[in-house]
Design a protein around this ligand. Structure first.
Ligand code: DOR
Ligand code: ZN
Length: 363
């Protein structure tokens, strides 16, 4: 018996990105196209400066995203409310009812970029979480403790026991997404959490372990939060993502920073993977012998969890080697260049997104 030849093309239901940073201003204009050319919808993080807290902030931000889109990409940004200790449940419920907020994002204060105004005491959110539970609004978690005495590589696992398990017990009807998980502990915890608990997994945490940050010198392009962990965690994430289990779905956590802000004395956390995110996932799924499960991870489990319809269009990935540039010089609307290093910089990727068919042709 001969093995089936590997496919030359993959036709997938159009995917969504359930966790992305689109930024604002010049950087928004420079990066939004990389997400919108492939994903139909994206959960957009609210950690701007100042953060998105009111319904009016979110409406205005949504308009800026839509205005920054390249022509004809049919992309829907799904906005999120940035939780603070004093968040008003009525404002959140109004935003959800009006279709402006899709979810709320909980950053423990100081956990990451623009999280200084985040939540200091999770129990102060009880009235907010009760409201969200009642109206069916998902809670998105940056699941790391922030105490300086907890080792940075343990902060996710400690968060599970110290905060997540009690929170889920206090709010048994609350839908929760444990975002960008990085540990075997998180994989195991999400697996046993039932249908109201899910997790997103990034392309980079499927490919790098913590050694990548220190390979021959300090490599800021592989620094993100939560930081990549040991190899055994990466392997657990790969098994989870490619397992076909509906509690795991795609969220890139693409988080662009200009090169000058990454390569600095206090460099920013974040990996810009949007330009080749789907290609990166495809490579991982193929290595795991699970290309047939890529579509459910990328395009089915997310909408099912959020109670949204699956997209109707399709996209095509072609088998075609292409070199990822070592730097991208992205132009904003005013023609100013922003230099950003993409994930997979300088690597050859074997899958490439085929251009969208002209308007009017079946997709
Ligand atoms: O690496 C990260 N970058 N992790 C986050 O949680 C935030 C993000 C950003 O906004 O740059
Ligand atoms: Zn993020």
């Amino acid at each position: 018996m001969t093995a089936a030849a590997p496919p030359e093309r993959l036709v997938l239901r159009r995917p969504d990105d359930w966790h992305v940073h689109l930024r604002d201003g010049a950087l928004l204009q420079a990066v939004v196209g990389a997400t919108a050319r492939v994903f139909a919808r994206a959960i957009v993080m609210p950690n701007l400066s100042p953060p998105i807290t009111t319904v009016e902030d979110a409406r205005a931000y949504r308009s800026r995203i839509l205005a920054a889109l390249p022509d004809g990409c049919g992309f829907t940004p799904l906005l999120t409310h940035y939780l603070r200790d004093d968040s008003d449940p009525r404002e959140i419920a109004r935003g959800f009812a009006e279709g402006v907020f899709t979810a709320c994002k909980l950053y423990p204060a100081h956990a990451t970029t623009n999280a200084a105004a985040g939540v200091r005491e999770i129990t102060s959110l009880t009235p907010v979480l009760e409201t969200m539970e009642r109206i069916g609004m998902p809670l998105l978690l940056h699941g790391e403790v922030t105490d300086a005495e907890v080792d940075i590589f343990d902060r996710e696992a400690v968060f599970i026991e110290r905060h997540l398990r009690p929170l889920l017990a206090r709010h048994p009807g609350l839908k929760v997404v444990f975002e960008h998980i990085t540990t075997a502990e998180a994989v195991a915890f999400v697996r046993q959490g039932g249908p109201r608990l899910a997790a997103t997994i990034t392309p980079h945490h499927l490919r790098i372990n913590r050694n990548a940050m220190f390979n021959g010198g300090f490599r800021p392009d592989f620094y993100c939060l939560p930081v990549a962990k040991r190899e055994r965690h990466r392997l657990a994430l790969r098994a989870a993502a490619t397992s076909g289990e509906p509690c795991f779905f795609l969220g890139t956590d693409s988080a662009p920073h200009p090169r000058s802000a990454k390569e600095a004395a206090c460099g920013c956390a974040g990996i810009f993977n949007a330009p080749f995110a789907l290609e990166s996932y495809a490579l991982t799924f193929e290595e795991e012998g699970a290309l047939d499960r890529l579509e459910s991870f990328a395009s089915v489990h997310g909408p099912r969890f959020y109670g949204l319809p699956e997209n109707t269009g399709t996209i095509i990935l072609r088998r075609e080697d292409h070199l990822v540039p070592s730097r991208l010089h992205l132009n904003d609307a005013a023609g100013r260049a922003v230099e950003v290093v993409p994930f997979h910089a300088g690597e050859l990727l074997p899958w490439r997104l085929a251009p969208a068919p002209p308007d009017g042709e079946a997709s």
